[in-house]
Design a protein around this ligand. Structure first.
Ligand code: GLN
Length: 499
Protein backbone atom coordinates (compact mmCIF):
# COMPACT_ATOMS: atom_id res chain seq x y z
CA UNK A 1 0.00 0.00 0.00
CA UNK A 2 2.97 2.31 0.44
CA UNK A 3 2.93 2.93 -3.28
CA UNK A 4 -0.58 4.37 -3.12
CA UNK A 5 0.51 7.12 -0.76
CA UNK A 6 2.16 8.84 -3.70
CA UNK A 7 -1.27 9.55 -5.17
CA UNK A 8 -2.55 11.31 -2.12
CA UNK A 9 0.56 13.43 -1.88
CA UNK A 10 0.14 14.40 -5.51
CA UNK A 11 -3.52 15.16 -5.05
CA UNK A 12 -2.77 17.29 -2.00
CA UNK A 13 -0.10 19.15 -3.90
CA UNK A 14 -2.54 20.54 -6.40
CA UNK A 15 -6.27 19.80 -6.05
CA UNK A 16 -7.94 18.91 -9.36
CA UNK A 17 -9.37 21.79 -11.26
CA UNK A 18 -12.02 21.43 -13.93
CA UNK A 19 -12.26 23.50 -17.09
CA UNK A 20 -15.21 25.42 -15.68
CA UNK A 21 -13.52 26.18 -12.34
CA UNK A 22 -10.25 27.16 -14.03
CA UNK A 23 -11.91 29.44 -16.53
CA UNK A 24 -14.00 31.01 -13.80
CA UNK A 25 -10.99 31.58 -11.51
CA UNK A 26 -9.24 33.42 -14.34
CA UNK A 27 -12.18 35.39 -15.68
CA UNK A 28 -13.05 36.56 -12.13
CA UNK A 29 -9.46 37.57 -11.35
CA UNK A 30 -9.10 35.01 -8.54
CA UNK A 31 -5.83 33.92 -10.14
CA UNK A 32 -3.83 35.11 -13.10
CA UNK A 33 -3.28 32.71 -15.98
CA UNK A 34 0.46 33.20 -15.68
CA UNK A 35 0.45 32.26 -11.98
CA UNK A 36 -1.73 29.25 -12.68
CA UNK A 37 0.54 28.05 -15.49
CA UNK A 38 3.52 28.51 -13.15
CA UNK A 39 1.83 26.38 -10.52
CA UNK A 40 1.29 23.58 -13.05
CA UNK A 41 4.92 23.77 -14.13
CA UNK A 42 5.89 23.59 -10.44
CA UNK A 43 3.78 20.45 -10.00
CA UNK A 44 5.41 18.97 -13.08
CA UNK A 45 8.88 19.75 -11.69
CA UNK A 46 7.97 18.15 -8.37
CA UNK A 47 6.07 15.08 -9.58
CA UNK A 48 7.25 14.20 -13.04
CA UNK A 49 10.66 12.80 -12.08
CA UNK A 50 8.64 9.91 -10.56
CA UNK A 51 6.12 9.61 -13.37
CA UNK A 52 7.91 10.66 -16.59
CA UNK A 53 4.77 11.77 -18.40
CA UNK A 54 6.36 14.77 -20.14
CA UNK A 55 8.81 14.64 -23.03
CA UNK A 56 9.04 18.41 -23.63
CA UNK A 57 7.71 21.57 -22.02
CA UNK A 58 6.65 24.56 -24.13
CA UNK A 59 7.05 27.27 -21.56
CA UNK A 60 7.63 30.12 -23.97
CA UNK A 61 4.45 29.45 -25.89
CA UNK A 62 2.50 28.88 -22.67
CA UNK A 63 3.74 32.16 -21.17
CA UNK A 64 2.86 34.17 -24.28
CA UNK A 65 -0.65 32.69 -24.29
CA UNK A 66 -1.02 33.26 -20.51
CA UNK A 67 -0.21 36.95 -20.92
CA UNK A 68 -2.68 37.26 -23.76
CA UNK A 69 -5.43 35.69 -21.63
CA UNK A 70 -4.51 37.84 -18.62
CA UNK A 71 -4.84 40.98 -20.74
CA UNK A 72 -8.29 39.86 -21.88
CA UNK A 73 -9.30 39.04 -18.28
CA UNK A 74 -8.17 42.48 -17.09
CA UNK A 75 -10.17 44.27 -19.74
CA UNK A 76 -13.26 42.22 -18.80
CA UNK A 77 -13.39 40.49 -22.17
CA UNK A 78 -13.80 37.04 -20.58
CA UNK A 79 -16.94 37.96 -18.65
CA UNK A 80 -19.09 36.20 -21.24
CA UNK A 81 -18.61 32.46 -20.63
CA UNK A 82 -18.95 31.75 -24.36
CA UNK A 83 -15.84 33.75 -25.22
CA UNK A 84 -12.76 31.53 -25.30
CA UNK A 85 -14.28 28.48 -23.58
CA UNK A 86 -10.81 27.26 -22.55
CA UNK A 87 -9.39 30.64 -21.47
CA UNK A 88 -6.29 29.93 -19.39
CA UNK A 89 -6.87 26.17 -19.07
CA UNK A 90 -3.52 24.29 -18.88
CA UNK A 91 -3.52 21.40 -21.37
CA UNK A 92 -0.90 18.85 -22.46
CA UNK A 93 -0.54 17.26 -25.90
CA UNK A 94 0.41 13.68 -26.81
CA UNK A 95 3.69 13.67 -28.68
CA UNK A 96 2.16 12.23 -31.88
CA UNK A 97 0.44 15.58 -32.56
CA UNK A 98 2.17 18.51 -34.22
CA UNK A 99 2.55 21.58 -32.04
CA UNK A 100 4.51 24.53 -33.35
CA UNK A 101 7.49 25.42 -31.18
CA UNK A 102 7.86 21.95 -29.69
CA UNK A 103 9.35 18.67 -30.87
CA UNK A 104 7.08 15.86 -32.08
CA UNK A 105 8.93 12.60 -31.58
CA UNK A 106 5.96 10.20 -31.50
CA UNK A 107 7.97 8.43 -28.80
CA UNK A 108 10.49 7.35 -31.45
CA UNK A 109 14.23 7.86 -31.92
CA UNK A 110 13.63 8.26 -35.63
CA UNK A 111 11.89 11.61 -35.01
CA UNK A 112 14.15 12.74 -32.19
CA UNK A 113 14.95 16.10 -33.78
CA UNK A 114 11.73 16.69 -35.64
CA UNK A 115 10.07 20.02 -34.89
CA UNK A 116 6.90 20.48 -36.94
CA UNK A 117 6.51 24.02 -38.28
CA UNK A 118 2.73 24.01 -37.74
CA UNK A 119 -0.06 23.04 -35.33
CA UNK A 120 -2.29 20.00 -35.74
CA UNK A 121 -5.88 21.21 -36.23
CA UNK A 122 -6.83 19.97 -32.76
CA UNK A 123 -3.90 21.80 -31.19
CA UNK A 124 -4.76 24.99 -33.12
CA UNK A 125 -8.38 24.72 -31.96
CA UNK A 126 -7.36 24.41 -28.31
CA UNK A 127 -5.06 27.42 -28.63
CA UNK A 128 -7.74 29.45 -30.38
CA UNK A 129 -10.15 28.61 -27.54
CA UNK A 130 -7.67 30.09 -25.05
CA UNK A 131 -5.93 26.97 -23.71
CA UNK A 132 -2.41 27.25 -22.33
CA UNK A 133 -0.41 24.44 -23.94
CA UNK A 134 2.08 23.16 -21.39
CA UNK A 135 4.07 20.70 -23.49
CA UNK A 136 4.27 17.27 -25.07
CA UNK A 137 3.43 13.94 -23.47
CA UNK A 138 5.16 10.58 -23.51
CA UNK A 139 3.57 7.70 -25.41
CA UNK A 140 4.36 4.33 -26.95
CA UNK A 141 6.46 4.66 -30.10
CA UNK A 142 4.13 5.71 -32.94
CA UNK A 143 1.26 4.95 -30.54
CA UNK A 144 1.92 1.22 -30.78
CA UNK A 145 1.38 -0.38 -27.42
CA UNK A 146 -0.85 -0.80 -24.39
CA UNK A 147 1.56 0.06 -21.57
CA UNK A 148 3.74 2.99 -22.65
CA UNK A 149 6.73 0.66 -22.32
CA UNK A 150 7.45 0.97 -26.06
CA UNK A 151 8.47 4.63 -25.79
CA UNK A 152 12.06 5.19 -26.93
CA UNK A 153 12.29 7.72 -24.08
CA UNK A 154 11.42 5.35 -21.25
CA UNK A 155 8.18 4.22 -19.64
CA UNK A 156 5.60 6.28 -17.77
CA UNK A 157 4.69 5.26 -14.20
CA UNK A 158 1.06 5.11 -13.13
CA UNK A 159 0.47 7.93 -10.60
CA UNK A 160 -1.95 5.67 -8.70
CA UNK A 161 0.75 3.02 -8.14
CA UNK A 162 4.23 3.82 -9.36
CA UNK A 163 5.21 0.20 -10.07
CA UNK A 164 2.29 -0.15 -12.50
CA UNK A 165 1.93 0.86 -16.14
CA UNK A 166 -0.32 3.84 -16.91
CA UNK A 167 -1.69 1.98 -19.94
CA UNK A 168 -0.95 2.97 -23.49
CA UNK A 169 -0.35 4.19 -25.91
CA UNK A 170 -1.39 7.59 -24.48
CA UNK A 171 0.15 6.77 -21.08
CA UNK A 172 1.67 10.21 -20.53
CA UNK A 173 -1.63 11.93 -21.35
CA UNK A 174 -3.56 9.82 -18.83
CA UNK A 175 -0.90 10.09 -16.11
CA UNK A 176 -0.57 13.86 -16.49
CA UNK A 177 -4.27 14.36 -15.74
CA UNK A 178 -4.29 11.76 -12.95
CA UNK A 179 -1.34 13.49 -11.24
CA UNK A 180 -2.84 16.97 -11.68
CA UNK A 181 -0.04 18.04 -13.98
CA UNK A 182 -2.66 19.34 -16.46
CA UNK A 183 -6.39 20.07 -16.31
CA UNK A 184 -6.82 18.04 -19.49
CA UNK A 185 -4.73 16.45 -22.22
CA UNK A 186 -5.09 15.22 -25.78
CA UNK A 187 -4.46 11.61 -26.66
CA UNK A 188 -5.07 9.39 -29.66
CA UNK A 189 -6.90 6.08 -29.90
CA UNK A 190 -6.36 3.58 -32.72
CA UNK A 191 -7.36 0.47 -30.77
CA UNK A 192 -7.92 1.70 -27.21
CA UNK A 193 -5.11 4.16 -26.53
CA UNK A 194 -7.36 6.77 -24.92
CA UNK A 195 -9.86 4.53 -23.14
CA UNK A 196 -7.48 1.92 -21.69
CA UNK A 197 -4.99 4.37 -20.09
CA UNK A 198 -7.94 6.42 -18.81
CA UNK A 199 -9.22 3.26 -17.14
CA UNK A 200 -5.79 2.40 -15.67
CA UNK A 201 -5.21 5.91 -14.29
CA UNK A 202 -8.71 6.65 -13.00
CA UNK A 203 -9.60 9.50 -15.38
CA UNK A 204 -12.11 10.07 -18.18
CA UNK A 205 -11.03 9.27 -21.77
CA UNK A 206 -13.22 9.96 -24.80
CA UNK A 207 -13.04 8.25 -28.21
CA UNK A 208 -14.92 10.42 -30.73
CA UNK A 209 -16.57 8.85 -33.79
CA UNK A 210 -14.27 8.43 -36.78
CA UNK A 211 -14.47 11.74 -38.69
CA UNK A 212 -15.80 13.76 -35.74
CA UNK A 213 -12.38 15.31 -34.94
CA UNK A 214 -9.73 16.25 -37.50
CA UNK A 215 -6.60 14.11 -37.80
CA UNK A 216 -4.60 16.80 -39.61
CA UNK A 217 -1.20 17.09 -37.92
CA UNK A 218 -1.43 13.67 -36.28
CA UNK A 219 1.53 11.42 -37.07
CA UNK A 220 -0.39 8.53 -38.62
CA UNK A 221 -0.32 4.99 -37.25
CA UNK A 222 -3.37 3.39 -38.94
CA UNK A 223 -5.32 6.06 -40.80
CA UNK A 224 -8.66 4.25 -40.96
CA UNK A 225 -8.62 3.68 -37.17
CA UNK A 226 -6.80 6.70 -35.64
CA UNK A 227 -8.80 9.23 -33.59
CA UNK A 228 -7.86 12.23 -31.47
CA UNK A 229 -9.69 12.79 -28.17
CA UNK A 230 -9.45 14.25 -24.67
CA UNK A 231 -8.46 13.01 -21.21
CA UNK A 232 -10.14 14.87 -18.36
CA UNK A 233 -11.04 14.67 -14.68
CA UNK A 234 -14.76 14.86 -15.39
CA UNK A 235 -17.30 13.91 -18.04
CA UNK A 236 -18.38 17.54 -18.30
CA UNK A 237 -14.83 18.52 -19.21
CA UNK A 238 -14.78 15.83 -21.90
CA UNK A 239 -18.04 17.28 -23.28
CA UNK A 240 -16.64 20.82 -23.30
CA UNK A 241 -13.44 19.73 -25.04
CA UNK A 242 -15.27 17.67 -27.66
CA UNK A 243 -17.30 20.78 -28.45
CA UNK A 244 -14.06 22.66 -29.13
CA UNK A 245 -12.36 19.85 -31.08
CA UNK A 246 -15.23 18.55 -33.25
CA UNK A 247 -16.15 19.72 -36.71
CA UNK A 248 -15.11 19.63 -40.34
CA UNK A 249 -11.58 20.51 -41.41
CA UNK A 250 -10.60 21.24 -45.02
CA UNK A 251 -7.18 19.72 -44.20
CA UNK A 252 -8.68 16.30 -43.39
CA UNK A 253 -10.85 14.82 -46.13
CA UNK A 254 -12.21 12.21 -43.70
CA UNK A 255 -13.51 14.80 -41.25
CA UNK A 256 -17.28 15.06 -41.15
CA UNK A 257 -19.49 18.07 -41.77
CA UNK A 258 -22.16 16.71 -39.40
CA UNK A 259 -23.51 19.41 -37.06
CA UNK A 260 -21.73 19.70 -33.70
CA UNK A 261 -24.29 19.60 -30.89
CA UNK A 262 -23.84 21.38 -27.55
CA UNK A 263 -22.35 18.37 -25.75
CA UNK A 264 -22.14 20.06 -22.35
CA UNK A 265 -25.82 21.03 -22.52
CA UNK A 266 -26.72 17.45 -23.49
CA UNK A 267 -25.48 16.29 -20.08
CA UNK A 268 -28.41 18.01 -18.43
CA UNK A 269 -30.91 15.56 -19.96
CA UNK A 270 -31.76 12.73 -17.55
CA UNK A 271 -30.76 9.19 -18.54
CA UNK A 272 -34.18 7.85 -17.53
CA UNK A 273 -35.61 5.68 -20.30
CA UNK A 274 -32.31 5.09 -22.10
CA UNK A 275 -31.79 1.48 -23.21
CA UNK A 276 -28.39 0.11 -22.24
CA UNK A 277 -27.04 -3.01 -23.94
CA UNK A 278 -24.89 -5.53 -22.07
CA UNK A 279 -22.96 -7.81 -24.45
CA UNK A 280 -22.25 -11.31 -23.11
CA UNK A 281 -19.10 -11.45 -25.22
CA UNK A 282 -17.47 -8.77 -23.05
CA UNK A 283 -17.98 -10.60 -19.77
CA UNK A 284 -16.35 -13.94 -20.55
CA UNK A 285 -13.08 -15.72 -19.87
CA UNK A 286 -10.11 -13.57 -18.86
CA UNK A 287 -12.16 -10.84 -17.18
CA UNK A 288 -10.81 -9.99 -13.73
CA UNK A 289 -13.53 -10.68 -11.09
CA UNK A 290 -13.09 -7.25 -9.48
CA UNK A 291 -13.50 -5.52 -12.85
CA UNK A 292 -16.59 -7.61 -13.56
CA UNK A 293 -18.09 -6.74 -10.18
CA UNK A 294 -17.43 -3.01 -10.64
CA UNK A 295 -19.04 -2.96 -14.10
CA UNK A 296 -22.02 -5.01 -12.91
CA UNK A 297 -22.48 -2.52 -10.09
CA UNK A 298 -22.39 0.24 -12.70
CA UNK A 299 -25.17 -1.51 -14.63
CA UNK A 300 -27.23 -1.64 -11.42
CA UNK A 301 -26.62 2.06 -10.85
CA UNK A 302 -27.81 2.87 -14.36
CA UNK A 303 -30.92 0.80 -13.77
CA UNK A 304 -31.53 2.69 -10.53
CA UNK A 305 -31.21 5.95 -12.52
CA UNK A 306 -34.07 4.80 -14.76
CA UNK A 307 -32.25 3.13 -17.66
CA UNK A 308 -33.39 -0.26 -18.90
CA UNK A 309 -30.80 -3.01 -19.34
CA UNK A 310 -30.86 -5.37 -22.31
CA UNK A 311 -28.72 -8.32 -23.30
CA UNK A 312 -27.17 -7.73 -26.72
CA UNK A 313 -24.98 -9.95 -28.83
CA UNK A 314 -21.84 -8.90 -30.70
CA UNK A 315 -21.10 -12.37 -32.08
CA UNK A 316 -17.93 -11.58 -34.04
CA UNK A 317 -16.10 -10.10 -31.04
CA UNK A 318 -13.75 -13.07 -30.78
CA UNK A 319 -12.24 -12.19 -34.16
CA UNK A 320 -11.68 -8.54 -33.26
CA UNK A 321 -8.11 -8.65 -31.91
CA UNK A 322 -6.85 -10.70 -34.87
CA UNK A 323 -8.66 -8.44 -37.33
CA UNK A 324 -7.31 -5.32 -35.68
CA UNK A 325 -3.70 -6.53 -35.65
CA UNK A 326 -3.85 -7.41 -39.36
CA UNK A 327 -5.38 -4.10 -40.45
CA UNK A 328 -3.52 -1.80 -38.05
CA UNK A 329 -0.13 -3.29 -38.95
CA UNK A 330 -0.92 -3.20 -42.68
CA UNK A 331 -1.73 0.50 -42.48
CA UNK A 332 1.27 1.15 -40.24
CA UNK A 333 3.67 -0.52 -42.65
CA UNK A 334 2.47 1.85 -45.34
CA UNK A 335 2.33 4.99 -43.15
CA UNK A 336 5.79 4.45 -41.68
CA UNK A 337 7.44 4.08 -45.10
CA UNK A 338 7.93 7.86 -45.10
CA UNK A 339 10.52 7.72 -42.30
CA UNK A 340 13.57 7.06 -44.40
CA UNK A 341 16.25 9.43 -43.13
CA UNK A 342 15.78 11.81 -46.05
CA UNK A 343 13.18 14.26 -44.84
CA UNK A 344 12.94 14.29 -41.07
CA UNK A 345 14.59 13.19 -37.89
CA UNK A 346 17.35 10.68 -37.66
CA UNK A 347 19.71 9.83 -40.54
CA UNK A 348 22.29 7.03 -40.26
CA UNK A 349 25.68 8.54 -41.00
CA UNK A 350 27.84 5.63 -41.91
CA UNK A 351 26.14 4.53 -45.15
CA UNK A 352 27.80 4.75 -48.56
CA UNK A 353 24.72 4.13 -50.74
CA UNK A 354 21.19 5.50 -50.62
CA UNK A 355 19.60 2.13 -49.92
CA UNK A 356 22.09 1.41 -47.14
CA UNK A 357 21.22 4.80 -45.64
CA UNK A 358 17.49 3.94 -45.71
CA UNK A 359 18.09 0.54 -44.15
CA UNK A 360 20.44 1.72 -41.44
CA UNK A 361 18.31 4.72 -40.54
CA UNK A 362 15.24 2.54 -40.13
CA UNK A 363 17.20 -0.11 -38.27
CA UNK A 364 18.65 2.43 -35.83
CA UNK A 365 15.56 4.63 -35.59
CA UNK A 366 12.70 2.21 -35.02
CA UNK A 367 12.20 0.19 -31.83
CA UNK A 368 11.45 -3.52 -31.60
CA UNK A 369 7.64 -3.31 -31.51
CA UNK A 370 7.50 -0.91 -34.46
CA UNK A 371 9.74 -3.22 -36.49
CA UNK A 372 7.58 -6.21 -35.56
CA UNK A 373 4.52 -4.36 -36.85
CA UNK A 374 6.15 -3.20 -40.07
CA UNK A 375 7.15 -6.82 -40.75
CA UNK A 376 3.67 -8.16 -39.93
CA UNK A 377 1.95 -5.44 -41.95
CA UNK A 378 4.20 -5.89 -44.97
CA UNK A 379 3.58 -9.63 -44.82
CA UNK A 380 -0.23 -9.41 -44.74
CA UNK A 381 -0.17 -7.00 -47.70
CA UNK A 382 2.25 -9.02 -49.81
CA UNK A 383 1.18 -10.75 -53.02
CA UNK A 384 -0.03 -14.23 -52.17
CA UNK A 385 -1.04 -13.35 -48.60
CA UNK A 386 -3.17 -10.28 -49.26
CA UNK A 387 -6.35 -12.29 -49.90
CA UNK A 388 -5.80 -14.64 -46.97
CA UNK A 389 -5.09 -11.92 -44.41
CA UNK A 390 -5.73 -8.33 -45.44
CA UNK A 391 -8.85 -8.85 -47.55
CA UNK A 392 -10.25 -11.38 -45.06
CA UNK A 393 -9.70 -8.94 -42.19
CA UNK A 394 -11.52 -6.21 -44.13
CA UNK A 395 -14.47 -8.57 -44.54
CA UNK A 396 -14.50 -9.39 -40.83
CA UNK A 397 -14.32 -5.65 -40.10
CA UNK A 398 -17.62 -5.30 -41.95
CA UNK A 399 -19.13 -8.10 -39.84
CA UNK A 400 -17.92 -6.44 -36.62
CA UNK A 401 -19.47 -3.15 -37.72
CA UNK A 402 -22.75 -4.90 -38.52
CA UNK A 403 -22.77 -6.46 -35.04
CA UNK A 404 -22.87 -2.94 -33.58
CA UNK A 405 -25.36 -1.54 -36.09
CA UNK A 406 -27.65 -4.46 -35.31
CA UNK A 407 -27.30 -3.99 -31.53
CA UNK A 408 -27.97 -0.26 -31.85
CA UNK A 409 -31.34 -0.94 -33.47
CA UNK A 410 -32.64 -1.81 -30.00
CA UNK A 411 -30.31 -0.09 -27.51
CA UNK A 412 -29.06 3.49 -27.18
CA UNK A 413 -25.63 2.66 -25.74
CA UNK A 414 -23.59 -0.38 -24.71
CA UNK A 415 -21.86 -0.89 -21.35
CA UNK A 416 -18.70 -3.01 -21.05
CA UNK A 417 -15.48 -3.10 -19.06
CA UNK A 418 -12.79 -0.92 -20.70
CA UNK A 419 -10.00 -3.41 -20.03
CA UNK A 420 -10.01 -6.97 -18.67
CA UNK A 421 -7.82 -6.06 -15.67
CA UNK A 422 -6.71 -3.02 -13.69
CA UNK A 423 -3.23 -1.62 -14.44
CA UNK A 424 -0.63 -4.38 -14.59
CA UNK A 425 2.95 -4.14 -13.33
CA UNK A 426 5.73 -2.55 -15.37
CA UNK A 427 7.59 -5.37 -17.13
CA UNK A 428 4.77 -7.89 -16.60
CA UNK A 429 3.87 -8.32 -20.28
CA UNK A 430 6.93 -6.97 -22.11
CA UNK A 431 8.21 -10.43 -23.07
CA UNK A 432 4.87 -11.58 -24.39
CA UNK A 433 3.54 -9.34 -27.20
CA UNK A 434 0.58 -11.66 -27.77
CA UNK A 435 -0.60 -11.29 -24.16
CA UNK A 436 -0.25 -7.52 -24.58
CA UNK A 437 -2.33 -7.59 -27.80
CA UNK A 438 -5.03 -9.81 -26.26
CA UNK A 439 -5.60 -7.29 -23.47
CA UNK A 440 -7.00 -4.91 -26.14
CA UNK A 441 -10.02 -7.22 -26.53
CA UNK A 442 -12.70 -4.73 -25.36
CA UNK A 443 -11.40 -1.61 -27.07
CA UNK A 444 -10.36 -2.48 -30.65
CA UNK A 445 -13.89 -3.22 -31.92
CA UNK A 446 -15.05 0.39 -31.56
CA UNK A 447 -12.16 1.55 -33.74
CA UNK A 448 -12.86 -1.11 -36.36
CA UNK A 449 -16.56 -0.14 -36.42
CA UNK A 450 -15.91 3.63 -36.42
CA UNK A 451 -18.25 4.22 -33.47
CA UNK A 452 -17.68 6.46 -30.41
CA UNK A 453 -17.03 5.52 -26.79
CA UNK A 454 -15.73 6.65 -23.45
CA UNK A 455 -14.02 5.21 -20.39
CA UNK A 456 -15.21 6.58 -17.07
CA UNK A 457 -13.99 5.56 -13.59
CA UNK A 458 -16.50 3.19 -11.97
CA UNK A 459 -14.65 1.55 -9.08
CA UNK A 460 -11.40 0.49 -7.49
CA UNK A 461 -9.79 -2.87 -6.89
CA UNK A 462 -9.05 -4.00 -3.34
CA UNK A 463 -5.51 -2.76 -3.89
CA UNK A 464 -6.90 0.67 -4.73
CA UNK A 465 -6.30 0.50 -8.49
CA UNK A 466 -8.83 2.35 -10.65
CA UNK A 467 -11.35 0.44 -12.80
CA UNK A 468 -13.02 1.96 -15.86
CA UNK A 469 -16.40 1.32 -17.44
CA UNK A 470 -16.67 1.69 -21.20
CA UNK A 471 -19.77 3.13 -22.82
CA UNK A 472 -20.05 2.69 -26.58
CA UNK A 473 -22.45 4.64 -28.77
CA UNK A 474 -23.72 4.99 -32.32
CA UNK A 475 -21.79 6.87 -34.97
CA UNK A 476 -21.91 10.59 -34.10
CA UNK A 477 -23.92 9.99 -30.93
CA UNK A 478 -21.29 11.20 -28.46
CA UNK A 479 -24.05 13.16 -26.70
CA UNK A 480 -25.70 9.93 -25.47
CA UNK A 481 -22.37 8.34 -24.53
CA UNK A 482 -21.48 11.42 -22.47
CA UNK A 483 -24.90 11.47 -20.81
CA UNK A 484 -24.60 7.85 -19.70
CA UNK A 485 -21.00 8.39 -18.57
CA UNK A 486 -22.16 11.37 -16.53
CA UNK A 487 -24.66 9.15 -14.70
CA UNK A 488 -21.93 6.54 -14.08
CA UNK A 489 -19.65 9.27 -12.74
CA UNK A 490 -22.31 10.50 -10.33
CA UNK A 491 -23.06 6.97 -9.07
CA UNK A 492 -19.34 6.30 -8.57
CA UNK A 493 -18.87 9.57 -6.64
CA UNK A 494 -21.90 8.87 -4.46
CA UNK A 495 -20.52 5.39 -3.78
CA UNK A 496 -17.14 6.84 -2.78
CA UNK A 497 -18.75 9.47 -0.59
CA UNK A 498 -20.63 6.78 1.32
CA UNK A 499 -17.48 4.79 2.05
N1 GLN B 1 -2.82 -1.24 -27.93
C1 GLN B 1 -3.19 -1.07 -29.30
C2 GLN B 1 -1.99 -1.25 -30.19
O1 GLN B 1 -0.93 -1.44 -29.67
C3 GLN B 1 -3.85 0.27 -29.52
C4 GLN B 1 -2.90 1.38 -29.66
C5 GLN B 1 -3.59 2.67 -29.98
O2 GLN B 1 -4.79 2.79 -29.80
N2 GLN B 1 -2.82 3.60 -30.50
O3 GLN B 1 -2.09 -1.20 -31.39
Amino acid sequence: MAELKSTSSIAAHNAPRTIRSTRHAIASGETSTAALADSYYATIAAEDPKIHAWLALSRERATAQAHRIDDLAKSGDLANADTLPLAGVPIGIKDVLAMQGAPATAGSKILENYRPPYDATTVAKLAAAGAVLLGKLNCDEFAMGSSNENSAYGPVHNPCALDRVPGGSSGGSAAAVAANMAVATLGTDTGGSIRQPASFCGVVGLLPTYGRVSRYGLIAFASSLDRVGPFTHTVEDAAILLGVLAGPDPMDATSSGAAVPDYAAALQAPVKGLRIGIPDEYFGEGLDPEVRAAVEKTADALRAAGCTLHKVSLPHTRYAVATYYVLATAEASSNLARFDGVRYGLRAEDASTLSAMYRRTRDQGFGKEVKRRILLGTYVLSAGYYDAYYRKAQQVRTLLTRDFLQAFTHVDAILTPTAPTPAFRLGEKTDDPLAMYLADIYTVTANLAGICGISVPCGNSKEGLPIGAQILGKHFDEATVLRVAHAVEQAHRDGQAQR
